[in-house]
Design a protein around this ligand. Structure first.
Ligand code: AMP
Length: 420
């Protein structure tokens, strides 16, 4: 062990387990790539103001959890705590929204950072795959994103997840509701912190998990009763489209999410096998965000799915992904001359696209065969001086133990044939 350890709240992805993470990223992005979403990558840090304005000054993410710092040049930056604000910033900066081809549909995959209290499923460095559809107000777009996330989870073999759905209203009806909710909350027995939250962002009080608060919330005005006709109609269409697509969801009037920018459709994917950190993904519509960060009006919708928690959900359901072994062929040279000859064969096999590894470090036969078995390879190529004198190598099937001599110039073809 070295003197150093991974920082608190982080962990390393190591083989063979790390292959599952790659497969999860692949599975989440596949439906997006298949639906007109283009890949975008943005820096790991941004101007801190982008998140303060975009995510919201009063949110936990901005007030407590952001890794913010000042550079030697005096810039105030923050490690990105989420993806949407950065993606929208990048799209606006590159004028992707101009030229009439809306919505701009983008997907991303990367690391995010929040200074949270670490526990299982909650880390300070975590990984998300996300999607944003920028510049269109269309219930079919909201439905599309929810359907694609559902498809992604199902393609991984997950079954025990639920989709929670709500509408947060728009700039017409939300302020009316907000005022009514504030009136109600100001009559409750709340601590100073929560009272401040009532002033700044009362909807988030509905999301308070403490029993002392929860029990006082019975009878709170419901947002659903305040939605304007346009929001109601919009939400109804989203629901109809999901139902028509066979995607089941639950209406959850308390789903407000922890970010300020959401309007209308909000949704969360929760998994019942994960304990308290049950949200595996979430998202919604953010019609006002572009204007909040200095852009034009661009109604948009998006989601981010957590890779770490999706892996935990797979474990909770006992799903093992069918990941092919990294190595198909393992070469074992016996002696100096065999090393040279087999190394050339290894290079040729790799060029032919066959995943091949080599017993490095002058291992003896026994140790080398152990490594071959551990690598998951189906075939071993073994050669000693006598084989080379005859111009052959031994091709050993590691499953059946069967062994055949193959002429040196036929190795690639024979390996390909045997692997099928
Ligand atoms: P949010 O932007 O908070 O809705 O996060 C979207 C998804 O990212 C969540 O549903 C989680 O799966 C994942 N996520 C958020 N924060 C963390 C964290 N601290 N550790 C692990 N995963 C997280």
């Amino acid at each position: 062990m070295s003197t150093f350890q991974a920082p608190k709240g982080t962990y390393d992805l190591l083989p063979p387990h790390s292959a599952t993470y790659l497969a999860v990223r692949e599975a989440i992005s596949a439906p997006l790539r298949n639906s007109g979403y283009g890949y975008i990558e943005t820096p790991g840090f941004e101007n801190v103001e982008l998140f303060a304005r975009g995510v919201g000054e009063s949110t936990d993410i901005v007030t407590k959890e952001m890794y913010a710092f000042e550079t030697k040049g005096g810039d105030r930056l923050a490690l990105r705590p989420e993806g949407t604000a950065s993606v929208l910033r990048a799209a606006l900066e590159a004028n992707l929204h101009k030229g009439g081809n809306l919505p701009v549909k983008l997907w991303y995959s990367g690391s995010y950072y929040r200074y949270e209290r670490p526990q299982k499923g909650r880390y300070r460095h975590f990984s998300q795959v996300g999607a944003e559809a920028i510049g269109a107000e269309d219930p079919a777009l909201d439905a599309e994103l929810i359907i694609l996330a559902d498809q992604a989870y199902r393609s991984l073999g997950l079954r025990n997840f639920r989709i929670l759905l709500n509408s947060l209203g728009d700039k017409e009806c939300r302020p009316v509701y907000r005022a009514a909710l504030q009136d109600f909350l100001r009559g409750l027995d709340l601590d100073d912190d929560t009272r401040r939250r009532v002033d700044i962002n009362p909807l988030r009080v509905l999301d308070d998990k403490r029993e002392s608060v929860r029990k006082q919330l019975t009878g709170a005005p419901a947002l659903g009763d305040y939605l304007c006709e346009a929001c109601k109609a919009y939400h109804e269409q989203v629901r109809e489209l999901l139902t028509a697509a066979g995607v089941a969801f639950e209406n959850d009037a308390n789903l407000v999410r922890g970010l300020d920018y959401y309007t209308r459709t909000t949704f969360e994917f929760v998994h019942d096998g994960l304990g308290s950190q049950s949200a595996v993904g979430g998202g919604g519509r953010y019609d006002g965000l572009s204007e909040m960060i200095g852009g034009p009006a661009l109604p948009s919708v998006g989601w981010a799915l957590g890779v770490d928690r999706t892996v935990l959900a797979l474990e909770a359901e006992g799903v093992t992904l069918d990941i092919p072994a990294a190595t198909a062929v393992y070469a074992v040279p016996l002696g100096e001359e065999a090393r040279r000859v087999l190394f050339a064969q290894v290079t040729a096999l790799r060029k032919a696209g066959i995943a091949t590894d080599f017993a490095f470090g002058g291992k003896g036969l026994k140790n080398a065969m152990k490594s071959a078995n551990r690598s998951g390879a189906r075939l071993a190529l073994v050669a000693g001086e006598r084989d080379l004198a005859e111009g052959v190598v031994q091709l050993k099937n590691l499953e059946s133990g069967e062994q055949t001599a193959v002429p040196l110039d036929a190795v690639v073809d024979e390996v390909r044939r045997t692997l099928g």
